[in-house]
Design a protein around this ligand. Structure first.
Ligand SMILES: [Cu+2]
Length: 139
């Protein structure tokens, strides 16, 4: 007799968990993966402002930087470092050649390549304006 309410309690919990999972599913469906530079990938002498133009980046979306390993890297920087093409000292660059970056902060996000003078001479730099997550788009 005592087991009957216990079972339904568990079933109620399970139903809640399923609902919770479903509630989070749509936002994942809408997350977009951007291959930075498209077919050109991540390298010097590509105009990334042109590439980014017209695209809507949101928190939860992903950027994929593709390049031959060792030739380039990816460093997230602030605006000043972006203008100067200087990565902060001691910063750990992404350098796998297939770097996936999940967008986490609303507003402008800055990325440069800190290999040689790729950024300074080759304009290998990307700035994007990240909008809030779809789930909070109403605000
Ligand atoms: Cu580079």
């Amino acid at each position: 007799m005592a087991s009957q309410p216990l079972v339904s309690h568990h079933q109620a919990l399970l139903a809640l968990m399923v609902l919770a999972v479903l509630a989070f599913t749509p936002s994942k469906t809408f997350a977009t993966v951007f291959i930075v530079g498209g077919d050109q990938g991540w390298r010097a002498r590509v105009d990334y402002a042109v590439w980014a133009e017209g695209k809507v980046f949101r928190v939860g979306d992903k950027l994929v930087f593709k390049y031959p390993k060792c030739f380039h890297n990816v460093v997230k920087v602030n605006e000043y470092q972006f203008q100067k093409c200087s990565a902060p000292r001691g910063v750990k660059a992404l350098a796998t050649g297939n770097d996936v970056v999940e967008l986490k902060t609303v507003g402008r996000n800055f990325y440069i390549c800190s290999v040689g003078r790729n950024c300074a001479d080759g304009c290998q730099k990307l700035v994007i304006d990240v909008k809030p997550h779809h789930g909070t788009a109403g605000h």
